[in-house]
Design a protein around this ligand. Structure first.
Ligand code: G2I
Length: 433
């Protein structure tokens, strides 16, 4: 959205707040900013009408929780089995949903025959598996987790030891190349856990690998952050930094397996923080939760999901939906202009543009034209607060209304808004002083 308003007599104010949708489902709310909201799905629950009802209503992306893993799709070497995976893919696609593929190559959940292999035989078997499965689903998968969990926990920042790793350090890039050949239209992701905190060695190790892959032309399009959180592994306050730094390497980032153990408002706040972190990064293309109801979770006792065991929406659901609905302003419009005429002739125009964004605050910039003697009114909406200004002399009419005047620094000034979860743009209007 952008607007140009002629500088004529009389006040003309264009609301700088973008149309804020009030979507009532997670998928529809995420779509307002071009993102998706997905869930892991288990084939054996597709007969549960409560489960399928929530799935069909709320989510627009689906990941098979176990059914596309190596042990499920190639139980015997060279014999592929897609029955359960197909049930999930077909159910999703019939409902107009997209599918994330999980996972082509992983040290875990290997079929028995593969667990006993090594060397060239294992490398070739892995590459054949990647080629066969990605070819079978060619054109039906939005993004593949090509390689899952290949980095070590702890302080090393290096690779995890596994039979695949022992076939040579280039096994990951070989898998990505095979996947690209088999399904050139799918986004190809590296996916891992404990990579959310920017200061962790594992995060840095994955970052260096992606940087290396991009510099050498290895076909990687995205990085998945599993995001399994609990009190021992809380949502990091620097999550937006992590997502933003990876995105700056030229890849999409996605939250791929989100769940947060806990309950009530504390759990809701953490879900809010993760959602905000994704919305604050333009290339964070979507969020997937790892299951629908608490009772569907791989760690059900931690009640880590958005619906309770009966399928009721939890506080965490409402907080995620609220952030998705308020977050649309962060990526859609780029400039908005407001103008007020000057009864003596002439007028001025104030143009707002977005600045940097963080999980708790964002910057805005205002450029004034038409006069050097301006008075710009900036109005923020609750619970937003302006917490800093530059290149202007500012006074406050009320906590939400700031009056900005020149301070000799020119006709562009800026300010920082602590947003409290409200990402709507401030309104700006200009008068000749
Ligand atoms: O462990 C949580 C996730 C971590 N990232 C990769 C994901 O693929 C992983 O998902 C979980 C599934 O949610 C579990 O459902 O992966 C586990 C296996 O690594 C899955 O657990 C398995 C059990 O180990 C099997 O005994 C069981 O037969 O689920 C199978 C199907 O219910």
């Amino acid at each position: 959205m952008s607007a140009i308003v002629a500088a004529t007599a009389g006040a003309a104010v264009i609301a700088a707040t973008p149309a804020s949708g009030a979507a009532s489902t997670l998928g529809a709310a995420a779509q307002q900013s071009g993102r998706y909201f997905g869930t892991a799905v288990a084939a054996n629950k597709l007969g549960d009408s409560t489960y399928v009802g929530i799935l069909n209503r709320e989510f627009d992306m689906v990941t098979a929780e176990n059914e596309m893993k190596m042990d499920a799709t190639e139980p015997n070497q060279g014999q592929f089995s897609y029955g359960n995976a197909d049930r999930i893919v077909n159910q999703a696609r019939n409902q107009g949903k997209r599918v994330r593929g999980h996972a082509l190559a992983w040290h875990s959940q290997q079929p028995g025959w593969m667990q006993n292999m090594s060397g060239t035989a294992l490398r070739n078997a892995m590459l054949n598996h990647v080629t066969q499965v990605a070819s079978y689903y060619r054109g039906k998968i939005y993004a593949w987790d090509v390689v899952n969990e290949a980095f070590a926990d702890g302080s090393s920042g290096g690779r995890r030891d596994s039979n695949l790793q022992r076939t040579g350090n280039d096994w990951i890039e070989a898998a990505f190349r095979a996947a690209r050949s088999a399904d050139p239209g799918a986004k190809l992701c590296y996916n891992d856990y404990n990579t959310d905190n920017w200061s962790h060695a594992k995060t840095q190790g994955v970052y260096r690998m992606v940087q290396d892959f991009k510099s050498r032309g290895v076909p990687i399009d995205c990085v998945g952050f599993q995001a399994h959180f609990n009190s021992g592994n809380p949502v990091p306050s620097n999550y937006h930094t992590t997502l933003g730094n990876f995105a700056a390497l030229g890849v999409d980032v996605q939250i791929t397996e989100l769940d947060i153990e806990g309950s009530g408002s504390s759990q809701a706040q953490q879900y809010q923080g993760v959602t905000q972190a994704c919305l604050s990064v333009a290339r964070c293309t979507g969020i997937t939760v790892w299951g629908i109801r608490d009772s569907d979770s791989w760690r059900a006792s931690g009640t880590p999901l958005l619906f309770d065991g009966s399928g009721n929406k939890k506080a965490a659901y409402n907080s995620v939906l609220g952030v998705l609905n308020n977050g649309t302003g962060t990526t859609t419009p780029t400039t908005t202009t407001t103008t007020s005429g000057n009864p003596g002739g002439g007028g001025c125009t104030a143009t707002y543009s977005e600045g940097e964004k963080w999980s708790d605050r964002f910057n805005g910039n205002v450029t004034v034209s038409g006069t050097d003697n301006w008075v710009v009114t900036v109005t923020v909406s609750s619970p937003q607060r302006v917490i800093a200004t530059w290149n202007t002399s500012a006074t406050w009419g009320s906590a939400n209304v700031m009056t900005a005047r020149p301070n000799g620094s020119g006709n562009t000034f800026g300010f920082t808004v602590q947003h409290g979860g409200n990402w709507n743009w401030p309104t700006v209007s200009c008068q000749v002083g």
